[in-house]
Design a protein around this ligand. Structure first.
Ligand SMILES: [Zn+2]
Length: 238
């Protein structure tokens, strides 16, 4: 069996991690056991994802794209294509069929190969997206949610505030309510390929955002809703 991990999916997972422990837990769920990785390799994996996240921002906002840096990362990656009729065992079974070759048979080599595989996938996406107007770009969910104790403006904690602000400026209710720079309300960090319809990652995210937007646009909204709810309860009792 091979796993169809995709760079967007891994970035969306990463946005949920608040410590190295979370990334290790994610790896454990992938491998089905506790991984044995050196802190340096885990940090390098996170750095690789962070770079992709920043490049996604450039791509989305049509800023000059740093091809040189992405190309430099590709220079030392050697690829391997696996025949699905002869699925690999061991580490290969946790990687897509087209993946970076492992340099050794241990968890560090696996994590390095996973990072390199995601870089190759992303480079392919960038090339398609910039070279063909029919190809999808990358969109970010327009969902909002309250985060009481957040000190970071972005759910993906590595993303600098100035970059996150660009994404938040896309959401009118955040700018209109003066909450653009407040970590009290966060923008959902999920990415997906651009599509004609659907601005949210899920129905749940859409519904929660609708409620929150109503509240932010009209402070009396929640009070009025509670009043309506109570009135209905009274009517049902009568
Ligand atoms: Zn969302």
């Amino acid at each position: 069996m091979s796993i169809n991990l995709h760079w967007m999916e891994v970035l969306n997972e990463q946005a949920l991690w608040t410590s190295d422990k979370d990334s290790i837990n994610w790896l454990a769920s992938l491998l089905g056991r506790e991984p044995v990785n050196s802190p340096q390799v885990i940090e390098d994996f996170q750095t690789g994802l962070n770079k992709i996240r920043r490049q996604v921002t450039s791509l989305h906002f049509h800023e000059p794209f740093d091809f040189t840096s992405l190309d430099a990362e590709l220079r030392n990656i050697r690829l391997e294509l696996v025949d699905p009729a002869m699925p690999p065992d061991g580490y290969g079974s946790f990687l897509p069929l087209l993946h970076a070759r492992l340099h050794g048979n241990n968890d560090d080599s696996f994590l390095i190969a996973l990072k390199e595989t995601l870089i190759v996938q992303f480079a392919h996406f960038v090339a398609e997206s910039l070279n063909n107007s029919e190809s999808p770009g990358v969109a970010r969910c327009e969902g909002l949610y309250r985060e009481g104790n957040s000190t970071h403006l972005s759910p993906a904690q590595s993303l600098p505030t100035d970059i996150e602000l660009k994404w938040r400026k896309e959401i009118a209710v955040l700018t209109d309510s003066g909450l653009e720079s407040s970590p009290e309300i966060l923008r959902c960090a999920d990415y997906f390929p651009t599509r004609a319809k659907g601005r949210f990652c899920s129905d749940e995210c859409r519904f929660r955002t609708f409620q929150l937007t109503k509240q932010l646009s009209d402070p009396g909204y929640l009070a009025a809703k509670q009043k309506r709810y109570r009135a209905r309860q009274v009517r049902q009792k009568d």
